[in-house]
Design a protein around this ligand. Structure first.
Ligand code: HPA
Length: 275
């Protein structure tokens, strides 16, 4: 833990020196949503491989860099490419990026992902505000010695996803004529997609959508007292809910098609956040 705090500190210093700005908001971009980083103005880019001890993303369609600049008139730091447990990273590596965002000064995160829709009525291309999550990864990123510099041993998760930020997101979506669903996101490790029986189980458990990310980052965020807004792009119906076989390229193609709605919604939403 001491070693990882030192690494975080070295990464923070390097980024601060290059970017010369303190981000107000940290943004994590999910599968196929990397183009949102292209909306950042006056951007400074820092590749993950330039950062000491920082993991490098291995998934197709995930670029690996921080993009720091202005979005909607606010200073943001975007993670374009995240780390998944299924890639073989430790949970500590999975959450290193969001810990770095917080050390850089971001007190609020906007975390996005791609998911499979479970609740009847959810369709590919739908945007779902995450109201709450279910951690089915069988692990927690806070397991191990607690660093009191980061947060409490037993962090509260009652408001994992800020009600205030969700309200703001709904208002902005209305103004931008973007349809927004809302629901519970269940996280599994993957990388295999779910079986039909697993999807039936997830529905019984109260999940509206399923994916392989976000939950470790949100746990680490709440540990540090960071406020979270979570947004899931439903890229497919979960297994068994349609005749189609699941394919990563299809997931990415649907994500790209959501570009139009997100291009206006995301900067407007960020511009309306008060810090
Ligand atoms: N299951 C798990 N993760 C996913 C899915 C899915 O159907 N779609 C996108 N990410």
């Amino acid at each position: 833990m001491i070693k990882s705090m030192q690494l975080l500190e070295r990464c923070r210093m390097l980024i601060q020196k290059r970017a010369q700005r303190k981000p107000q908001l940290g943004i994590v971009l999910g599968s196929g949503l990397g183009y949102v980083a292209g909306l950042v103005e006056r951007a400074v880019e820092i590749n993950y491989h330039e950062l000491p001890g920082f993991p490098v993303s291995t998934v197709e369609g995930h670029q690996g860099r921080f993009v720091i600049g202005e979005l909607g008139g606010k200073t943001v730091a975007v993670m374009q490419g995240r780390f998944h447990f299924y890639e073989g990273y430790t949970m500590e590596q999975v959450v290193m990026g969001v810990r770095l965002l917080s050390r850089l000064g971001a007190g609020r995160f906007f975390i996005t992902n791609a998911s499979g829709g479970i609740r009847p009525g959810l369709r590919p291309g739908d945007l779902m505000l995450i109201r709450d999550h279910i951690n089915l990864m069988g692990y927690n990123p806070l397991i191990g010695p607690n660093s009191s510099r980061l947060g409490l041993r037993f962090p509260d998760m009652t408001q994992a996803y800020s009600a205030k930020l969700r309200q703001l997101a709904r208002e902005v979506a209305d103004e931008c004529s973007v349809e927004l669903q809302e629901g519970v996101y269940a996280a599994v490790t993957g990388p295999s997609y779910e079986t039909p029986a697993e999807v039936s189980m997830l529905r019984v458990l109260g999940a509206d959508a399923v994916g392989m990310s976000t939950v470790p980052e949100v746990i680490a965020a709440r540990h540090m007292g960071v406020e979270v807004l979570g947004l899931s792009l439903v890229t497919n119906l979960a297994t068994g809910l349609s005749d189609k076989k699941l394919d990563h390229h299809e997931v990415q193609a649907v994500a790209r098609r959501a570009e139009n709605s997100l291009q206006n919604f995301v900067p407007t939403l960020v511009s309306r956040m008060e810090f």
